[in-house]
Design a protein around this ligand. Sequence first.
Ligand code: HEM
Ligand SMILES: CC(C)=CCC/C(C)=C/CC/C(C)=C/COP(=O)(O)OP(=O)(O)O
Length: 305
Amino acid sequence: MAKSVSLHARTSRQQNVVTWRDYYEMTKPNVVMLLLLTALVGMCLATPSWVNATVLICGLLGIGMLSASAAVINHVVDHKIDSVMARTFNRPVAKGKVSVNNALWFAGVLGVVGFVVLALFVNMLTAWLTLASLVGYAFIYTMYLKRATPQNIVIGGLAGAAPPLLGWTAVTGEIHAHALLLVLIIFTWTPPHFWALAIHREKDYAKAKVPMLPVTHGVSFTKTSVLLYTVLLGLVCLLPYLTGMSDLIYLIGSSVLNIGFLYYALKLKFDAEPQTAMKTFRFSIIHLMVLFVVLLLDHYIPLSL
Ligand code: HEM
Ligand SMILES: CC(C)=CCC/C(C)=C/CC/C(C)=C/COP(=O)(O)OP(=O)(O)O
């Protein structure tokens, strides 16, 4: 008995020890990795030659640090909501493992260093646009929109969609229509990405009183919205080919990916099994990752009809 009590005390003490892993987790590393892939593609597509090494390294570092800072602020602002939901109750700030103060210091250092790196080694346009994306996600989306309207992620999605533009301006110092096309693709991808997960987690969001679409308008309406946005995404993804920005490899690759996404969206609407929403969410991440790799391959391997 005494042995089991002391083991229990030791285990709960270990659980309360803060490690670098808690700080790492607060930066939403997998999300930031995908954001950086889209920024890298924006950089590469901005120029027919190779990207300057300083711009490449400092650009990705700065955009990554400001994105990570935004993610940490999201953990602080949302810690009460997070502590109510099964998916998030174990997060470091929600659990009380990392204090709000320490998390804010961490976000502040990441934010200031990231901004200075962009301002000194890349350019001011990229530094300001990246800071605006941080404000868009950490403050406008998290503090206000998330709690205010079921269209929260449609509007808030603009911040998460910005990285290809940030990559582009890092290389050229200018906003170009082709970069905005890449932003539009992620902007249209975000609703089916998120709503598929929200359908699976509807009860969680209802419990936390967050007005996500399945909570306010029902699961059936959300499934229809996922399907319509997936069709729209398929059309938007044709634009890089139709405008001459991308070529055959992109047309074939993106078409296959969008047919895959449409398959999941149709199954979700008309023939759903218990795991279909989660499978659709996971596919959305593969979809965006492969889509941007295909854009890169298309840029470096010329192949046209
Ligand atoms: C407002 C826009 C967005 C919302 C509301 C949203 C929401 C979410 C949520 C709730 C998760 C689940 C996280 C978890 O399981 O703890 C997630 C996961 C993910 N999201 Fe999004 N997302 C958005 C935009 C983006 C963007 C723009 C990207 C990348 C370009 C992205 C990439 C990912 C990735 C890679 C994951 C998996 C994370 C992991 O497995 O650790 N998301 N998203
Ligand atoms: C500088 C820059 C490009 C900033 C963008 C940063 C960023 C991390 C965008 C990703 C969007 C995202 C993961 C939203 C989920 O938030 P949520 O609060 O709805 O989800 P959660 O419940 O998992 O926290």
